[in-house]
Design a protein around this ligand. Sequence first.
Ligand code: ZN
Length: 199
Amino acid sequence: MAELAESVTNMIGELSKLPGIGRKSAERLAYHLLRVNKSEALALADSIRNVRENVRYCAVCYNLSEQETCLICNDVRRDQHTLCVVEQPRDLMSLEDAGVYNGLYHVLLGRVAPLEGIGPEQLTISALVDRVHNGDVEEIIMATNPTVEGDGTALHITNLLGECDLEITRLARGITTGSILEFTNKEILADAMSGRQKY
Ligand code: ZN
């Protein structure tokens, strides 16, 4: 194999660390970025820098945010008494895109996965419990993924909040077991939300 400029080899190495990108794809992307005009390639670099320097987790719900608290938490038109619990910011985005929910969220930043050594203390569960104790939450909708781990995580939280005076519901199972919330289409999400059931 011909020797590549060191900077090109570096870029291929960085690209191949991305999920779903193998060595061949990384090479293809690298050559693409060398071929397009410079401003286009630098716009990508700038957008990555911009996101990493300006985006953080919302101090209240752990959604992605450019401010201390996110746009959803700051929106007074939303129902302040309902929290929807999701695993990842991208799950929140699916629900927002579907337009089926008008309350607030709590993003766990993962799920309890004992086999991977991920326990409840590595998630934002204690912050959720604090929110419930300090606020006037009337309903919590569990929207963790319908997987063994997602279900286990929801059950763990339900047990923790068992003594609290609120309703805990779970999205209806229009969603096929094992499917990931982020890939579910809008109609199914709308059905799952409107048909949610008590724990
Ligand atoms: Zn927030």
